[in-house]
Design a protein around this ligand. Structure first.
Ligand code: CTP
Ligand code: CA
Length: 219
């Protein structure tokens, strides 16, 4: 894959890609998570590698296999992912935050297995927003976020997250791309520009997104 693609605009750049759904354990056998195949993040990591970047994947739960020639770090929870991302941030030129990070985690985790009962109240607390923390110390790292939204609020919510998380680019996708081969959405920039895209598969979308990143970081 690598050798047949001579176009290497990202040679020498270190890219960090997060992918998959984090899991927040309630006890030793149960967890809270969310739907995310990890297809998009894996496709982006693959294309970044084609384009010459040194790629590290921080991967939570996913059904997809990582592409060749990328370093893979496995994590479980939002907190694990946060720790790895913040640790690697100083040496990262490009962060693509594609992971579906759980927004809530149990307030307390039981050791062992909870026995069944008629009723149970589970107390949850908010996880730290990794991108908002990254924004505080990112230096020159180019940061790309994702947002999955209902069609009616896609642009509005996408723009809000782009600004609130101080991103350099945000990819906003409608909910119906989940689990589907087809892929579409918008690329949003802090200057206010928006670009619409639609492709028959996620690898083509990934290549389109990476080309836009290349335009931005190699000027
Ligand atoms: N994200 C993050 N840390 C979290 C939650 C989300 O870094 N604790 C990142 C995601 O990886 C994604 C972006 O923030 O790149 C947007 O995630 P999304 O779930 O769409 O937005 P939230 O800010 O969590 O808001 P909500 O789920 O309420 O829409
Ligand atoms: Ca969320």
């Amino acid at each position: 894959e690598w050798a047949i693609r001579p176009y290497k605009p990202l040679r020498g750049k270190k890219a960090l890609v997060t992918v998959g759904a984090t899991r927040e354990f309630i006890d030793s056998v149960r967890y809270i998570s969310n739907l995310s195949s990890g297809k998009m993040g894996m496709a982006i990591a693959r294309v970044l590698r084609w384009y010459g970047a040194d790629v590290t994947l921080v991967t939570a739960f996913t059904t997809e296999n990582p592409p060749p020639e990328v370093e893979v770090l496995r994590v479980v929870s939002a907190e694990d992912m946060r720790r790895e991302v913040l640790r690697l941030l100083p040496q990262t030129h490009l962060l693509v935050m594609n992971a579906a990070v759980s927004d809530f985690t149990p307030l307390e985790k039981h050791s062992g297995k909870i026995k069944k009962k008629d009723q149970m109240i589970l107390k949850l607390t908010k996880t730290p927003d990794i991108l908002e923390e990254v924004a505080r110390s990112k230096g020159n790292t180019f940061v790309v976020g994702f947002a999955l939204e209902e069609e009616e609020v896609l642009l509005q919510e996408g723009k809000r997250k782009l600004l609130q998380k101080r991103l350099d680019m945000l990819v906003a996708n409608p909910i119906d791309v989940m689990g589907s081969e087809q892929h579409r959405g918008y690329i949003l920039y802090p200057e206010g520009k928006e670009e619409v895209f639609s492709f028959p598969n996620k690898l083509e979308s990934a290549e389109f997104i990476v080309k836009k990143i290349v335009e931005k970081i190699t000027g």
